[in-house]
Design a protein around this ligand. Structure first.
Ligand code: AMP
Ligand code: MG
Length: 293
């Protein structure tokens, strides 16, 4: 018993979350447990300890990526976040991305298109926000809204919706082709938990700024959104650009899991430190010669 508790206190992945959370052919959204903690043996406290450790590593990896970009490298990472209101997208930005140097991050949020954005095709505003080499881009919502809100609210003709899936995947491939590691994340919260979070936003004056009466309109269309998500997963989770579905009822798990996805993506870049474009020995001698002691 005591031994077990010690183990739980340490916390560990007992199965690879990158594999576990990947949306494959047989994924079924209807039966997906949104309060689950797949692959994690441990609790909230052990997760926090693990995340702190991962944060140090992420910070180092991010600096390597930034250094690579400064030295002519072409690689970047893009974390794309989708999820209904209250699913915790903002918490991911704050608690996961917040662990690395903000200078290396390019954050973009996509809301209702502005008048200017409406004058262009729907990918125009997205292209403008793609991360430059060396940066970790974060999309709070993305081009995938085209098959979520746009589809659910019938903002464009249904026949156009049909062509969007392939278009979105083609765009993902283009992003990847340009040297970006794409991580597509969908935060899935349960109906009950979303209700509780919206209620909290309404009951706490410090949360009113986050609330939008439109959030309840979206909640009224819950089933239509679930169908849209299921269709999006089925048609746009491809081998090169799979979706990862995150159970989001427990914020600590969602943050832990996304940390792991990001950590894996950066690790797989196998980034070293760029070589000096000067002679360190010569420079050390020059520096020593400036001594006034
Ligand atoms: P928030 O993320 O809470 O700031 O809300 C942004 C809002 O913009 C959400 O209600 C989205 O559904 C909406 N939105 C994002 N992209 C689009 C789009 N392409 N067309 C219409 N609405 C969008
Ligand atoms: Mg909102």
């Amino acid at each position: 018993m005591g031994k077990k508790r010690t183990k739980a206190a340490a916390g560990a992945w007992t199965a690879d979350p990158v594999e576990l959370l990947r949306v494959g052919q047989d994924f079924d959204l209807a039966s997906f447990d949104r309060a689950g903690t797949p692959g994690w043996e441990g609790d909230k406290h052990s997760a926090a300890a693990f995340m702190a450790e991962r944060g140090e590593q992420l910070s180092d990896l991010q600096e390597r990526l930034f250094a690579d970009g400064k030295s002519g490298g072409t690689r970047s990472v893009l974390l794309l976040l989708q999820g209904i209101d209250t699913s915790g997208k903002g918490g991911i930005v704050r608690h996961v991305i917040g662990m690395v140097d903000p200078q290396g991050v390019a954050l973009a949020s996509f809301g209702v298109p502005t008048a200017e954005e409406r004058e262009h095709d729907h990918l125009w505003r997205i292209r403008r926000q793609l991360p430059p080499a060396g940066k970790i881009g974060v999309f709070d919502r993305s081009h995938y809204e085209q098959v979520l809100v746009v589809k659910v609210d019938q903002l464009e003709p249904p026949e156009l919706n049909e062509t969007r899936y392939e278009e979105l995947v083609a765009f993902d491939r283009e992003i990847i082709g340009n040297g970006t590691t794409l991580i597509k994340v969908a935060m899935m919260v349960s109906h009950a938990e979303q209700g509780a979070r919206l209620q909290e936003r309404l009951e706490r004056p410090d949360k009113w700024w986050k609330y939008n009466p439109g959030d309840v309109d979206v909640r009224q269309r819950w089933d239509a959104y679930q169908d849209a998500y299921a269709e999006m997963f089925a048609r746009t989770s491809v081998d090169e650009a799979p979706w990862h579905v995150i159970p989001a009822d427990r914020k600590w798990y969602a943050r832990l899991a996304v940390t792991e996805l990001l950590h894996r993506a950066l690790t797989e870049l196998e980034l070293g430190w760029p070589p000096a474009d000067f002679d360190p020995k010569v420079e050390l001698e020059r520096l020593a010669a400036t001594s006034r002691a």
